[in-house]
Design a protein around this ligand. Sequence first.
Ligand SMILES: Cc1cc2nc3c(=O)[nH]c(=O)nc-3n(C[C@H](O)[C@H](O)[C@H](O)COP(=O)(O)O)c2cc1C
Length: 217
Amino acid sequence: MTNDDQRFFKNLREEYRAPQLIAADLNDDPLLQFDQWFQEAVNFPCPQANAMALATADRNGVPSLRMVLLKDVDADGFTFYTNYGSNKGQQIQENPVAALMFYWHELHRQVRIEGSVAKVPREVSGSYFRTRPFMSRIGALASRQSREIADRETLRERCETLAKEYDGKDVPLPEDWGGYLLRPEKIEFWQGQENRLHDRIVYVREDNRWKKQRLSP
Ligand SMILES: Cc1cc2nc3c(=O)[nH]c(=O)nc-3n(C[C@H](O)[C@H](O)[C@H](O)COP(=O)(O)O)c2cc1C
């Protein structure tokens, strides 16, 4: 690294100022606490507040990370949709645990979630799939996500053929496409504070109850 590079990174330094996070003020249920922060992020607005990083690992523990969109959250956990044959789908099959991370920069907030992952019932995937625009449904049918494809043209032609085939009809839910539910075992709420003395409150599930703790920044 050159001195210029060091100056460049130094100038990127940001101070965070926000109301303090007091463990006692946070909801005893981290999913309700998440709901509150998520609504605040949507309303602020933080762009694409439902975009989250999803980490998975293969059977040897080799990690892999990508963005996906949160499509539902309830008492059971966090739902996202993808191709079951994709790289992430294969890793989840081999090793059904994952981590999620939201970063809402405008609010200096991060939420980290860890837990087990399972496919949602097929009828749940079906009812979500039907809400997607026609061409997004066609795209899901056309794309063998994460597998090599010769060129963009091949994909475009496949979409065109399928769009003609299903014009005016129901696009079927692809066999290899659907939702996953991450059932959280651990959820951490991070609030950026001055002088890097950030607030971190973590909830850990123990015997089906949530234990709340403050962590050092
Ligand atoms: C903001 C954003 C949102 C995304 N949302 C999704 C999503 O909801 N589902 C999905 O399968 N891929 C989504 N992607 C694409 C993934 O990041 C990734 O490229 C794709 O799922 C293949 O990942 P894999 O090869 O690790 O399985 C999104 C990408 C970005 C940048």
